[in-house]
Design a protein around this ligand. Sequence first.
Ligand code: DGL
Length: 278
Amino acid sequence: MMQLEKGPIGVFDSGYGGLTILKELVQALPQYDYLYLGDNARAPYGTRSFDTVYQYTLEAVQWFFSQGCELVILACNTASAKALRSIQQKNLPLIDPHKRVLGVIRPTAEVIGQFSDTGEIGILATNGTVESDSYLLEIAHFFPTIKVYQEACPLWVPLIENNEFNSPGADYFVQKHLQQLMQKGPKIDTILLACTHYPLLMPKIEQYLPKGINIISQGSIVAQSLIQYLKKHPSIASTCSKNGQIRFCTTDSKAQFDANGAIFFGKPLKSEHILLGH
Ligand code: DGL
């Protein structure tokens, strides 16, 4: 019988945010190998056009394939919102129909309604994710009666990427967007952090929200969804190598990635530099 090619599970983000997802994936499925890529040199993606995010994400996906990945997770809501569908429908059939690229929006939309009693949910995300209306459409599919309010927080990712998420400057922007969201939907009882960077702002978000509101980050949701996916698709699971190893790559400075990435991943890490789009 032909030996199947095996490779690590690819995990992609514009920068550091996907490390909050990778952390949970490794905890839930430690036996697999993972290859992480942060496109830090071109982050943030949240304010970029559809075409640019699609182009950058496709370049990243092709790089993962060149490294032997059979399964890639876009651990970035912006890339999932703006590039995933095109990559799945247009590019994968031409590149290799056996390879898989998954995102973080659908698995989150599948469960988010379960957290709300009032039936009103708030979404905090980048401009790109909000403008795509991906969450409105996906949540309506799984929970048609739930009301969804969105708030774009364009400065949150730059604050986080620049290590300013604990600074007093961050308080202003956190408070401002939470207030605006709660004004749109005063009955909101569940708020989704629909950007993989935002868990870093959790202490400030908790501080400025009324008590009793569920604040949901995506890491464990995506990890549970991957467990189910690999169970349902054993042929894909069999293409993922299992040595418990993690490789970290960045398109920008390694030293900076190692210093900042450790905060998101919760552990020290050592990265390699790679080039995209050359
Ligand atoms: N972590 C990405 C997301 O989940 C972010 C963003 C960005 O580069 O703007 O949307």
